[in-house]
Design a binder for this molecule. Sequence first.
Ligand SMILES: Nc1ncnc2c1ncn2[C@@H]1O[C@H](COP(=O)(O)OP(=O)(O)OP(=O)(O)O)[C@@H](O)[C@H]1O
Ligand SMILES: [Mg+2]
Length: 293
Amino acid sequence: MTNTLADAARITEEAKQADAQGDSHKKALGEDFRTVGRIRVDKPRMRCTEVNVFYGQNHAIKGVSLDIGANEVIAMIGPSGCGKSTFLRSLNRMNDTIEGCRIEGEILLDDQDIYDKKLDVVPLRARVGMVFQKPNPFPKSIYENIAYGPRIHGIAATRTALDEIVETSLRKAGLWEEVKDRLDKPGTGLSGGQQQRLCIARAIAVAPEVILMDEPCSALDPIATAKVEELIDELRANYTIAIVTHSMQQAARVSQRTAYFHLGNLVEVGNTTQIFTNPRHKLTEDYITGRFG
Ligand SMILES: Nc1ncnc2c1ncn2[C@@H]1O[C@H](COP(=O)(O)OP(=O)(O)OP(=O)(O)O)[C@@H](O)[C@H]1O
Ligand SMILES: [Mg+2]
């Protein structure tokens, strides 16, 4: 499925090299919240610099700088309330919809400042799509769930073009075979796992560059979860994905990089295998070994 043997070998080799450089033996102390690890990558799709998010007096994200690389899956982990959803939502300005929420700092999508006052958030949210914890299909047919976005964004000029987008998106989401004979039936009549893949197909239909996923499998059974995880791995060829998860196994299975958040700080970021086998910050180590969180 995901991380193949070749991947594992490569990652082990990278970890050994880091060891040789003495990197992995430096353990940052518990109270030191400066980010450990490489926050920048060679091919960033999104670049966050000194991002702060406030809900009124509550300082929820504290000076986070992080790149999200093109065609990577980055997992965001950390204890409940540490700011994962807040940070994820800041990447497509979903926080704008929350009363009293304020953001400082800079977030670039392909060199464009997404908080530029002149920027229209509607196309931004098509370029940076989102999949939520609870599958939320529109109360419309399966076909309309997918066709709605391309239609309002003017992506499909003809009915044939729209039909084609619906089919390709459902195929990419691994759902076509299961629904091709019932496209006119309500999306809400699908199983939970199918609904979540429908929501992923809906996000894909508007040709996004980045897909944000906030605990997309937490309402799914293990079989549906495995399907969504397989899908995430396939989507990486064409998209960049940031996924919040409470499952460390899931983070290890689907992501290449992992970011660990603690009390609004980005404490550590690195290659996923390194984070799980050789964390460099004490807080990351405590979390992954189950000492808290
Ligand atoms: N809509 C909101 N209004 C006010 N405060 C909020 C809002 N959403 C989140 N917060 C606060 O911001 C902080 C970070 O919350 P956030 O939801 O980002 O955490 P999380 O890491 O996603 O947690 P969980 O794992 O439980 O989903 C918390 O202190 C939370 O209470
Ligand atoms: Mg959350």
